[in-house]
Design a protein around this ligand. Structure first.
Ligand SMILES: Cc1cc2nc3c(=O)[nH]c(=O)nc-3n(C[C@H](O)[C@H](O)[C@H](O)COP(=O)(O)O)c2cc1C
Ligand code: SF4
Length: 510
C-alpha cells in the first residue's frame, strides 16, 4: 500500500448513502493501518444501487461491484500485497488489475470532474500556458510531429487538419468539438466529458490558439445529460478563472466557447451535418469539397475534431511529440480508448496503446470470453466496422484498413460461439436504416432492402443467390451513397458474408 494517495469509491448516481457508509469504514481502516490517503467519491458507470467500485490510486487496484459486506475483505486483500488476479469465485466482486496506459483518461475517476481546482492541482491548464508561450505554428508543428490521428473514425492526421484551417482565408474561424457520439456501443467521449471535462476544454483552447479561432462550440449529444451538466459547469469555471474569454492567461489571445445540444440523430455526428444542425437547419450532410477547414460553420474556416482527439493534445504539448510517439505504432501513435461490449467477462472502456492485438483487448483487458465459451468473432470499429475472427489482428488504423475494416470509434463487440451472427448483422443494418437521413436514394432505399432481405434469411425464407444479391446492394450503396453513412453498410455485410457464409447458407432454402 506504499505510495497510495487516494481511495476512490465509485458509486451510482443514487449512491450517496452507500458512499457515506463506505467512507467511514475505509477511513477507519486507513487510520488503523497508518495509511495517509484520502477517500473520494467517484461516479461508476457500471454499478447500480448499493454496489460500488473501489479503486486504489496510484496502485490502480480495482474491485468492481462490491457491497458493504465485502468491503473489509477487499481492504485486507489490497494491503496484503498479494498478486491481484481476477477472482472468479467472487462473481460480482471482481478484482481487476488496471494495466491500462492512461494518457487521455489519466484523471478520469481520480479527480472530481466538477472541481477546476482539482484539475489544476493535477497539472491541468499547464499545457495551455505552454502553448500560449509558443507561436501558433510551433503548436501545429508539435501536433503534426506527434502523428496524432483523429479519433472520430477516419483517422485523419490532426496536425495537418489544423494547418489547413490555420492557412484558410476568412474570419472568424471556429473550433467545433464533436461530442455527438451516437454510434451503438460507443461511449468513449462520454467518459471524458463526464470524468474530465476540463481536459477537453484545454484541448479546444489550444486548438483555437493554433488555428487562430475566436469562437467554438461543443456539439454534445442531447441524451448525455451528465456530460452536459459537467461541461456547463466546467465552461463557467474556466471563464471565471480566465482560461476562456478575453485575454486568456494574459496572453492577448481571446476565445469564446459555448455548448450546443444535439437534437439527436447519428448523422449529426458527420461533420457537415453537424455544421448544418448548428446553423439551425435539418442535420443532413453537405457536398464535399469544400471541406470544413475551407468553408464550415456560416461558410467560415472551421476545425471539427473529435472529443478524444482534442483531449489527447494537452499531454502532447506538455511532454512533446517524441514522447507521444513512444506509444502505439509508427503510423498510429498514442493510445486509444476502446469500448468493449458483448460476451467478455468485463465490458467497459479501456485505454491502451494503439496496435495491441484483438486477443490482448479481449483476454487481457476484457478478462476473456464469458461463461467459459469460445470466441467466435468480433465486430471491430463500431457498427461501420468489420466482423473479424483473427485474434491476432492489430488494432490500429492501417492494420484494420488492410483487411477491409476500420478502427472507427474503437468499439469492439465481442461474440462468443453462442452469438447469432444473423441477429447481430440485422441489428447493425437496422440501425443504419433507422438513422439514414433520407437525402439520397441508395442509402434510404438500400438499407430498407437489406433489412428485409436479412429478416427473410433469419426466417429461413431466402435462397442462396439472395446472399450474393445482398452483397450487390451493399456494393452499390458503397459506390453511390452521398455520405459515409450509406457507404458504411458494406464492411459489416461483406465481412459477415465471408466469415459466416456457411451458417447463412444453412438458412437458405436452396
Ligand atoms: C454518420 C457519421 C457519424 C459520425 N459521428 C461522429 C461522432 O459522433 N463523433 C465524431 O467525432 N465523429 C463522427 N463522425 C466523423 C466526423 O465526420 C469527423 O470525421 C470527425 O468529427 C473529425 O474529427 P477527428 O479528425 O478528430 O476524428 C461521423 C461520421 C459519420 C459519417
Ligand atoms: S448516405 Fe444516407 S445518411 Fe448519407 S446523405 Fe445519403 S441518405 Fe443521408
Amino acid at each position: 500500500m506504499n505510495g497510495i494517495k487516494h481511495v476512490l469509491v465509485g458509486v451510482s448516481q443514487a449512491g450517496d448513502t452507500v458512499f457515506g457508509k463506505a467512507k467511514v469504514e475505509i477511513q477507519k481502516f486507513l487510520k488503523d493501518n497508518g495509511i495517509d490517503a484520502d477517500v473520494r467519491k467517484a461516479r461508476s458507470l457500471s454499478v447500480e444501487g448499493e454496489r460500488f467500485d473501489l479503486l486504489f490510486y496510484p496502485l490502480r487496484l480495482k474491485f468492481r461491484g462490491l457491497t458493504l459486506d465485502g468491503l473489509a475483505e477487499a481492504l485486507n486483500r489490497a494491503v496484503s500485497g498479494e498478486e491481484v488476479e481476477i477472482d472468479e469465485s467472487l462473481p460480482s466482486e471482481k478484482m481487476i488489475p488496471l494495466n491500462q496506459k492512461r494518457i487521455v483518461l489519466e484523471h478520469v475517476g481520480i479527480i472530481d470532474p466538477e472541481s477546476i481546482d482539482e484539475y489544476i492541482e493535477a497539472g491541468g491548464y499547464q499545457a495551455l500556458r505552454k502553448a500560449l508561450s509558443m507561436k501558433p505554428e510551433e503548436v501545429i508543428e508539435t501536433v503534426k510531429a506527434s502523428g496524432l490521428r483523429g479519433r472520430g473514425g477516419a483517422g485523419f492526421p490532426t496536425g495537418l487538419k489544423w494547418e489547413f484551417t490555420a492557412k484558410a482565408e476568412g474570419e472568424p474561424k471556429y473550433v467545433l468539438a464533436n461530442a455527438d457520439e451516437s454510434e451503438p456501443g460507443t461511449f468513449k467521449d462520454r467518459v471524458i466529458e463526464e470524468g474530465d471535462p476540463h481536459r477537453l476544454i484545454e484541448g479546444i483552447v489550444i486548438a483555437a490558439y493554433a488555428i487562430g479561432a475566436s469562437q467554438g462550440y461543443v456539439f454534445v449529444r442531447g441524451e448525455h445529460t451528465v456530460s452536459i451538466k459537467r461541461l456547463q459547469k466546467a465552461v463557467k469555471d474556466a471563464y471565471e478563472r480566465g482560461f476562456l474569454g478575453e485575454n486568456i492567461m494574459d496572453s492577448g489571445f481571446s476565445f469564446e466557447l459555448k455548448l450546443a445540444r444535439s437534437a439527436g440523430g447519428y448523422i449529426c455526428g458527420e461533420e457537415t451535418a453537424l455544421i448544418e444542425a448548428l446553423e439551425g437547419k435539418r442535420g443532413q450532410p453537405r457536398v464535399k469539397p469544400p471541406y470544413p477547414p475551407q468553408q464550415g460553420l456560416w461558410g467560415k474556416p472551421t476545425l471539427v475534431n473529435n472529443v478524444e482527439t482534442l483531449s489527447s493534445v494537452p499531454p502532447i504539448i506538455l511532454n512533446g511529440a517524441e514522447w507521444f510517439r513512444g506509444f502505439g505504432t509508427e503510423n498510429s501513435p498514442g493510445t486509444k480508448i476502446y469500448s468493449v461490449l458483448g460476451h467478455t467477462v468485463h465490458t467497459g472502456f479501456f485505454e491502451a496503446e494503439l496496435g495491441i492485438t484483438l486477443r490482448e483487448l479481449i483476454f487481457d483487458y476484457g478478462g476473456g470470453i464469458k461463461n467459459g465459451r469460445k470466441f467466435k468473432a468480433a465486430l471491430v470499429g463500431g457498427a461501420a466496422g468489420a466482423f473479424i475472427d483473427d485474434l491476432d489482428i492489430k488494432l490500429d488504423f492501417d492494420s484494420l484498413k488492410a483487411v477491409g475494416g476500420m478502427l472507427g470509434s474503437g468499439a469492439v463487440l465481442v461474440m462468443s460461439d453462442e452469438a447469432d451472427p444473423v441477429d447481430v448483422l440485422l441489428s447493425v443494418v437496422r440501425f443504419f436504416s433507422r438513422e439514414s437521413c433520407g437525402k439520397c436514394v441508395p442509402c434510404r432505399v438500400g438499407t430498407r432492402m437489406l433489412v428485409e432481405m436479412i429478416s427473410k434469411m433469419k426466417n429461413g425464407e431466402c435462397r442462396r443467390d439472395d446472399l450474393d444479391r445482398m452483397l450487390k446492394v451493399a456494393e452499390y450503396m458503397k459506390l453511390t451513397s452521398f455520405c459515409p453513412l450509406g457507404q458504411s453498410v458494406y464492411p459489416p455485410l461483406k465481412s459477415a458474408m465471408e466469415i459466416f457464409r456457411p451458417q447463412f447458407e444453412g438458412l437458405c432454402k436452396n
